[in-house]
Ligand binder design. Structure first.
Ligand code: NDP
Ligand code: GDR
Length: 344
């Protein structure tokens, strides 16, 4: 039986990846942080929280000795490092914590692998945020990086450390440069889920208006469940490498709001510019969306679009779910949850 560690199993990707590895017959050690109240709603929703081959382990990525013990006690041969302070907005307010967790944290695991078992295969969750102020369109593995947030800078450090351990110690360190991927399990602070949850609430009369920041930002949004399959394929490859996973389609935040509004039964019409922009429902005449500059970021990533050609060729990976299907799936899930009084 193959044994894998997934750090960050309480997050969106950790939950989907655990589901995938359990389906493939793995023994999975999923790590979670000690908090005053546990946060297992995603693995519960997927129905795997009590799977006999899933063991939940308390662990913090910033602790080197805990990382060494994790490798020693589990006997894992694959480590998927998904743990991070992953919210870009917060990274501007907590740059040091973000650097410690998101930047230095992965080095604790790389060191643990180097010390305990250099044959362990390591996946690092890198990100399109490393491209930041983009230097080429679309972005591929070789596009120069220009991160625009403390989060992006921290991830870039971890990305290069993964490559450095690959080149220095022959460790199988794979880095997946994943573009935004979403799902009904996305955290509610991220823009797509904030939008789908709010549209569901407005439809059910639980919210009047959705407030957002930069409507012009363009993102390449895919379906998270498909992206975790790409992570697994990277660790089954003959050699460790860096791969972009993306859809090669980009849309604005505004377009996603319109799409989610449609899925909830509204017909949004936009007017005004920048800080004064609003969207009115053509059927009821009510203002349902408005800009609030408090959601603007000190520096923004304006445009992301990735070409996953290398992953398609070498890993036979490609995205299948369209943005319209993804948006519909998220709105429907949020309508059901809000009807049931679910609050995550
Ligand atoms: P989430 O924010 O949903 O999950 C992050 C996970 O990291 C949570 O389980 C969180 O635990 C855990 N975590 C945070 N800090 C620590 C710590 N100090 N020690 C141990 N665990 C910690 O992220 P996603 O699932 O969306 O993303 C997974 C990874 O992929 C992240 O590294 C993210 O930066 C990266 N990524 C994500 C993309 C996306 O579009 N989703 C795109 C590209 C990269 P807790 O629940 O306790 O907070
Ligand atoms: P991002 O995702 O920063 O791309 O990072 P997020 O959904 O937070 O923002 C996407 C874009 O939407 C704009 N935006 C808003 N964002 C949020 N969260 N809330 C708002 O109200 C709002 N209004 C407009 C943002 O300014 C931004 O341009 C995500 C995370 O999952 C990272 O961990 C991951 O590495 C990258 O995707 C790829």
């Amino acid at each position: 039986m193959k044994i894998a560690i997934i750090t960050g199993i309480t997050g969106q990707d950790g939950a989907y990846l655990a589901e995938l590895l359990l389906e493939k017959g793995y023994k999975v050690f999923g790590t979670y942080r000690r908090t005053s109240s546990v946060n297992f709603w995603r693995i519960e929703e997927l129905g795997i929280a009590h799977h006999p081959n899933l063991e939940l382990v308390e662990y913090d990525l910033t602790d080197l000795s805990a990382s060494i013990r994790l490798l020693q006690t589990t006997g894992a041969t694959e480590v998927y490092n998904l743990a991070a302070q992953s919210f870009v907005g917060v990274s501007f307010d907590q740059p040091v914590t973000t650097a410690e967790i998101t930047g230095l944290g992965p080095v604790n695991l790389l060191e643990a692998i180097r010390i305990v078992n250099p044959a362990v295969r390591f996946y690092q969750a890198s990100t399109s945020e490393m491209f930041g102020k983009v230097q080429a369109i679309p972005q591929i593995e070789d596009t120069p990086f220009y991160p625009r947030s403390p989060y992006g800078v921290a991830k870039l450090y971890a990305h290069w450390m993964t490559i450095n351990y690959r080149e220095s110690y022959n460790i199988f360190g794979a880095s997946g440069i994943l573009f935004n991927h979403e799902s009904p399990l996305r955290g509610r602070e991220f823009v797509t889920r904030k939008i789908t949850d709010s549209m569901a609430k407005i439809k059910l009369g639980l919210l009047d208006v959705l407030e957002l920041g930069n409507m012009d930002a363009k993102r390449d949004w895919g379906f998270a469940k498909e992206y975790v399959e790409g992570m697994w394929r990277m660790l089954q490859a003959d050699k460790p490498d860096t791969y972009v996973l993306a859809t090669n389609r980009t849309e604005t935040v505004r377009d996603f709001v319109t799409m989610a509004g449609k899925a909830a039964g509204f017909e949004l019409v936009w007017s005004g510019a920048a800080e004064n922009e609003i969207a009115v429902d053509a059927k009821s005449g009510k203002t349902l969306v408005r800009v609030n500059p408090k959601f603007y970021r000190p520096a923004e990533v304006e445009l992301l679009i990735g070409n996953p050609e290398k992953a398609r060729k070498e890993l036979s990976w490609e995205p299948k779910t369209t943005l319209e299907q993804l948006c519909q799936m998220m709105v429907e899930a949020d309508i059901c949850r809000n009807q049931a009084g679910f609050s995550f």
